[in-house]
Design a protein around this ligand. Structure first.
Ligand SMILES: Nc1ncnc2c1ncn2[C@@H]1O[C@H](COP(=O)(O)OP(=O)(O)OP(=O)(O)O)[C@@H](O)[C@H]1O
Ligand SMILES: [Mg+2]
Length: 113
């Protein structure tokens, strides 16, 4: 199993939620975040620190899925969220060691669906 973590533009979240739901993603967690990618051209001046990179608001999306679903989920995220402009976002994939459904105690794949 893998954790797919994507930081994307907030305005893409409704479309992304719909596409992920249609393709049968097992679950989705989102949170609004602040972050910095390549800061070039986005410096702001601070009295205390001089020129510093600016934080941008975005939305972080997390999905834990079986390995076989990862490529399709990553492709869905990139196709929904790509405008071609800088700042479209980034996707990270991590291995997941353990999943437990709290209500039943089911583990692993059984806990995902
Ligand atoms: N290496 C990273 N580690 C952690 N978070 C990152 C990293 N790169 C990007 N992010 C997060 O993703 C958000 C969007 O990144 P962004 O799309 O600007 O990436 P980029 O590499 O600068 O690509 P682009 O050239 O398209 O702007 C950032 O604001 C930050 O929250
Ligand atoms: Mg950037």
């Amino acid at each position: 199993m893998k954790l797919i973590c994507a930081i994307v533009k907030t305005e893409k979240i409704d479309d992304l939620r719909q596409k992920l739901f249609e393709m049968g993603a097992p679950g989705i967690t989102v949170q609004n975040v602040m972050g910095i990618g390549k800061p070039l051209g986005h410096l702001r001046y601070s009295e205390s620190h001089g020129f510093v990179p600016k934080f941008f608001a975005g939305t972080r999306v997390e999905i834990v899925a079986e390995d076989e679903q990862v490529d399709e989920i990553v492709d869905t995220i990139t196709s929904v969220c790509r405008t071609g402009e800088v700042g479209d976002g980034k996707v990270f994939v991590w291995p997941v060691e353990r999943v437990v459904r709290v209500r039943t105690g089911e583990k692993g794949k059984d806990a995902l669906y």
